[in-house]
Design a binder for this molecule. Structure first.
Ligand SMILES: [Zn+2]
Ligand SMILES: [Zn+2]
Length: 212
């Protein structure tokens, strides 16, 4: 599987734009899932174009939670490619145009080897991909807390990688078993996480590609 960060507070590429928000493309077998859509559609689409990602290749959209910095580009993406969307049940008024709107409450399988943790704390779901190396967990802002998210994700396998925004997460022991830790977007304690897990820390930023 392959993860490409499209929207992030930092960028690894000079030709792309950094902005507060998060989005990445998750490629597993034939699935090309857009995870969240950043804050501004213009930046999302421009970064995608610089990274060679055509909106037409997206096969579905997964929204972690309804905050503006994760849903800003959704309406525009659906105009260009009306795919099905998987949203947490608390997301009340998603933009129209989707082929199908799947509201998620409970932990569930979405596609072969691809799962949602279910909506935790009535706000946010995380995406889990089962791989031969373990479970790869992709998070938006981690509002319910990394602890709770990993507990929910571990039903799909031993945690191998954790990627996305960790918010104010500071119970650093909780992630000690993860082999890849890409703490990005809203993560407040990035430098502490990096200094505790120097070998497993992976810097995020627009253009970052993680292949597992
Ligand atoms: Zn948020
Ligand atoms: Zn956020």
């Amino acid at each position: 599987m392959k993860i490409t960060i499209i929207y992030d507070n930092e960028t690894q590429r000079e030709d792309c734009t950094a902005d507060w928000g998060f989005s990445c493309l998750v490629e597993v077998d034939t699935h090309k899932i857009l995870f969240d859509t950043g804050a501004k559609s213009s930046i999302l689409l421009d970064n995608m174009s610089k990274l060679g990602i055509e909106p037409a290749i997206i096969t579905s959209v997964f929204i972690s939670h309804s905050h503006w910095d994760h849903t800003g580009g959704l309406a525009e993406i659906l105009k260009m490619n009306p795919v099905e969307i998987y949203i947490p049940s608390s997301y009340n008024n998603p933009p129209s145009g989707a082929k199908k709107v799947v509201k998620i409450k409970e932990p569930q399988k979405i596609f072969e080897n691809i799962f949602s943790t279910g909506e935790l704390d009535n706000i946010e779901q995380s995406l889990v991909v089962k791989t031969p190396k373990g479970a790869v967990v992709i998070v938006g802002c981690s509002h319910p807390g990394i602890d709770k998210i990993l507990k929910a994700a571990s039903r799909f396998g031993k945690i191998y990688a954790l990627i996305g925004g960790f918010h104010g997460f500071d119970e650093f022991d909780v992630i000690k078993d993860a082999k890849i830790i890409c703490a990005t977007h809203c993560t407040q304690h990035k430098s502490e996480i990096k200094s505790i897990y120097p070998k497993r820390f992976v810097a995020g930023g627009v253009g970052k590609v993680i292949e597992i």
